[in-house]
Structure formats: C-alpha cells, structure tokens
Ligand binder design. Structure first.
Ligand SMILES: Cc1ncc(COP(=O)(O)O)c(C=O)c1O
Length: 399
C-alpha cells in the first residue's frame, strides 16, 4: 500500500492535473438517510468492494461506520485485509467465492466472514478450521440462488448444506442470504418470485430446526422498494455513493453524489474554421473556435467512447468536449464561454455552481450503468477527501 505524504504542498500537487474529490459529508448524509428508511432492527451493510466502487475503501468504510453502518461487504480477501490492516474492526462479509485451504487460513487470520454455496466448500472450510485449531467456530454465510443464477446454492436444494454447516463444530451459520437480479425494474415480477423463493427456503430450514440468526436479501434497489425486504440487514452499495439504481427511486429518497472528477485546463488556443481536432480529426471546427486543452484522458478512466459526446462544466457553465479523447488529455470547445485560462478547473463529473453532471449522464450516453462508470476511474487520479470547510486530504487508496 502506498504511504501518503500529507503535507499541504503534496496535497496541492495532487490537484495540479486531474483528481477525484470524495465528499464525505455527502456519504454520511446518504448513510443516515438510508438508515432512516430501514425497518426497525435492520442493520446497514456498506458494500465497499472494488475499492468502495472506486471511492477509496478505507476512508469510505470508516465514514460509513461512523455514520451508522454496522457491517462491511467486500468481494475478495485482499479487500478485506486492506480494511483490517487499517484497523477497522466491524464484521466483514466476503461476498465473493473462496475455496482453497490458503483462503480459509487468511479468512480466519483476518476475521473475515465467508460466503458458502456448496457442500464441497463447507467440507473444505470445516477441515481447514479444524486443522487451524483456533477454538471457536468460523462464522459463515449461506448464499441461496433464488433467481440471479450467479453465486449460491439452488434455493430449493439448500437444506443439506445448511444441515452440514449446522452439524459442524467448526462452522457457525451466521446468516442465510440471497441477491436480487432485477430489483431496479419497476415491474416486480422477478423480485416477487425471488422473495417468495427466499421465504420458502427459510421456512424449509425452520421446519428442520434451523433458524439462522440473520437473513438478508436487499441491495440498494431492494432496500428502496419496500421495508418488507429489509430482514435483519441490507447490503447497500450504489445508493451509499449517492446514485439511484433507477430513476424512479428519486421519489423515495434524497441522495447526494459522493464522487466528483475534476481536471485543469492546461492550454487555451484559437483555431480557424475547418481545422481538425485530435487523433483522426473526428471533430472539424465550423467557426473560429476557442479550444481548451484539459489534462485528463482515457488512461484516467474517462471512457474514450464519450469522445464528441460529453460535456464538462467550467465556472458553472456547460461546454462540449470535441475530438477524440486521448490517453492523458482532451479538448473542450470554450468559444461560447466567458474567457477561460490555463489553470481553470473543469468538472467532468459533479457539481459546479448550479450545474450537475452525474455518472448516470455518462452511463446513459454509453448504454451502460453508473456502477461501471464509478468503478472505471484509475488510481492515477488521486482521491481527495473533502468535508465542508476542510482542505482536501488524500484518501487512503491504492496508488
Ligand atoms: C451480493 C451483493 N450484495 C449487495 C450488492 C450491492 O449492490 P448495489 O450496489 O446495487 O447496492 C452487491 C453488488 O453488486 C452484491 O454483489
């Protein structure tokens, strides 16, 4: 892990070219707003996998826990270890699959909690925990496939696995859970089917004397659909970061985007009409054009497919990006803006005065989802945490 130099001069240098600002007040607002929506006794898991959807896992995890989340969710063992090494003690669920003896050792050593989906996995885990001789049983979470057709044991075939876990002195069944495939779809058909299957599977376990201490089913969308889906815990990712799983959820809750992407103008020039711009001359000036060169490109995670299709904000006004986005730079047509100069800040994603550009705007243009946009920013862009009235400070993250 990179150790950061926190001196102001280094912090300033990090804002010289291009950077990401992480608004921790917005994150706390989102956590509190989500918690206020939860059914009584439901806990909030902050899903911080993939470096907290590109926001910087350690800082996001700490802030979410301070604002009221009680669990953390990661995809991989190294993601869990990063949180533990930072001194975070909250329970951490590994949402991804783990299978090998070495993985079980790491899980036990770092007090992570694995997801189990197959009898073979349960045997491996029980054997490995016995070999480790660590005394207490390892908490494990049984995942049901109720219709996502991804990780999980078939919802109507889970009894044997649950009994196996229950019978092992080395494993402790900490929860049973499942994951929605279509909770963001206004048509509730599949969600209802998955919920019915989940209920049915839990009833079968209970009929055989197995009462899991915790049940959970809802992601961000499921959490916003109805408190009846909250059970003991909700696993929220996207909404934490201030984005809506689908537009219709905007009526349910007020969320504030946490991440902003900014860069500086590095040069301003005037081009005559009929001049080609950038690789392939995919933009030709139609008039005398003032062009701003900006120091951010696809190697920072701005999708090249947005070339000639995105806008940026400068001093609160929108301006079109023109020509192919290159590895480290892109060009903006600033002809219609009041004069701009090298050093001016350009907002690619986020708020500038009253104007906003969101990850959903990019996702809609590209025919993808905001989750992918958030996860696409490279670590070449420093993440700077901001609180109101604070100077930006680096967010602990990978280099
Ligand atoms: C198992 C599981 N639970 C919860 C989440 C959080 O989903 P969302 O970001 O839609 O809230 C994810 C993310 O993909 C997941 O894989």
């Amino acid at each position: 892990m990179l150790s950061w130099d926190n001196t102001p001069s280094v912090a300033a240098m990090r804002r010289e070219r291009a950077w990401i600002e992480i608004n921790l007040s917005h994150l706390s607002h989102n956590v509190r707003s989500l918690n206020a929506k939860l059914a009584p006794n439901t806990q909030l898991m902050a899903v911080v996998k993939a470096d907290a959807y590109g926001h910087g896992a350690v800082t996001i995890a700490r802030t979410a826990l301070a604002a009221g989340a009680t669990w953390l969710g990661v995809a991989t063992i190294p993601e869990g270890i990063e949180l533990r090494e930072a001194g975070i003690q909250a329970p951490i669920l590994l949402l991804g699959a783990t299978n090998t003896l070495e993985q079980v050792q790491a899980i036990a050593q770092w007090q992570l909690q694995p997801t189990l989906c197959t009898p073979e996995q349960a045997i491996t885990f029980a054997t490995a925990v016995e070999t480790l001789g660590q005394g207490s049983p390892l908490p494990v979470h049984l995942k049901l496939d109720t219709g996502m057709s991804r990780l999980g044991i078939a919802w109507d075939n889970a009894l044997g696995l649950a009994q196996h876990i229950q019978a092992s002195p080395h494993l402790h069944l900490a929860s049973v859970y499942s994951h929605f495939a279509t909770a963001d779809d206004p048509n509730p058909h599949t969600l209802t089917q998955q919920t019915d299957r989940f209920r049915h599977a839990i009833a079968t376990l209970k009929n055989h004397g197995i009462t899991p201490p915790m049940l959970h089913l809802a992601n961000s969308a499921g959490t916003l659909v109805s408190p009846t889906l909250h059970y003991d815990l909700v696993r929220v990712g996207l909404a934490l970061y201030g984005l809506y799983p689908a537009p219709h959820f905007q009526d349910h809750i007020h969320l504030k985007p946490v991440l902003q992407v900014k860069a500086r103008i590095t040069q301003v020039k005037t081009l005559p009409p009929n001049t080609g711009v950038s690789y392939g001359h995919r933009f030709i000036t139609q008039r005398q054009t003032r062009l701003a060169v900006v120091g951010i490109g696809y190697a920072d995670g701005v999708p090249r497919l947005l070339s000639n299709q995105m806008q940026v904000l400068i001093r609160g006004q929108a301006a079109p990006q023109v020509g192919a986005i290159t590895m480290d730079q892109m060009m903006i047509d600033v002809t219609d803006l009041p004069p701009v100069q090298a050093g001016d800040v350009v907002t690619l994603l986020g708020q500038d005065q009253d104007a906003w550009i969101t990850a959903d705007d990019w996702a809609n243009t590209l025919g993808t989802i905001s989750w992918e946009i958030l996860c696409s920013f490279k670590h070449r862009l420093p993440r700077l945490a901001i609180q109101p009235s604070d100077r930006p400070t680096p967010v602990l993250s990978h280099p």
